[in-house]
Design a binder for this molecule. Structure first.
Ligand SMILES: *Cc1c(COP(=O)(O)O)cnc(C)c1O
Length: 199
């Protein structure tokens, strides 16, 4: 579980860590780097939100996993900065299954060709897929979205790409994590369910 700590203050985060939280996620680079400075290496850090290319340099050597790889220009920058830092950056490809205008991510049909392009970058390792499902109580729709992700993961695995793994299916938030887990998620990102409603 990735505890999503956006807008949560550092004292509260430290308290959550004392209770056993091992991984925290932020969707803004500035907030993430500030918290890393204050909290240190007690936890693993995940960048779960949209990542601007010009901010990659601030987090490249600080995060365990970037959940929001969604375009080649970002892959290029991640690869360049990872090389400079002599590291391999772990990423998930973000998929916008429901094709919502308000969300980032590739359409399902774009994912395979995208992955094949990213495989050319030696310092990026794709470790799985991430999605944000629509905010809805429609369980049928949610299951359909999560199942589509699971099937996409299986399809990618069947290609036997070298230097790529599908270790993580990052899906499920406060509203829908139970359904996501039932449909094959193995990484949920929970914020308000742990810390309460955000302002
Ligand atoms: C805010 C956020 C979450 C957590 O949302 P909750 O509904 O508070 O659990 C998960 N993933 C991403 C990408 C987010 O931005």
């Amino acid at each position: 579980m990735v505890a999503v700590t956006k807008t949560v203050d550092v004292d509260t985060i430290n308290e959550a860590i004392d209770f056993g939280i091992t991984d925290i996620g932020e969707n803004r680079v500035q907030e993430l780097t500030k918290k890393i400075d204050l909290i240190g290496d007690r936890v693993n850090y995940h960048l779960i939100g949209h990542l601007q290319t010009n901010k990659v340099k601030y987090i490249i050597d600080k995060v365990k996993l970037i959940h929001s790889l969604d375009r080649i220009s970002l892959a290029k920058e991640l690869d360049k900065r990872a090389k400079q830092n002599d590291l391999i950056i772990n990423t998930l490809v973000q998929v916008n299954v429901a094709e919502e205008d308000t969300k980032f991510g590739l359409e399902v049909s774009q994912v395979l060709p995208f992955i094949e392009q990213v495989l050319a970058y030696d310092n990026i390792r794709i470790r799985g897929l991430m999605t944000m499902a629509p905010y809805t109580d429609d369980e049928v729709l949610l299951r359909k979205v999560f199942r589509t992700m699971y099937e996409l993961k299986e399809k990618i695995l069947s290609q036997d790409y070298e230097n790529l793994s599908m270790d993580y299916l990052s899906m499920g938030m406060t509203n829908d994590y139970k359904i996501a887990l039932e449909e094959g998620s193995n990484m949920i990102r929970v914020g308000s369910g742990i810390f309460g409603e955000r302002n």
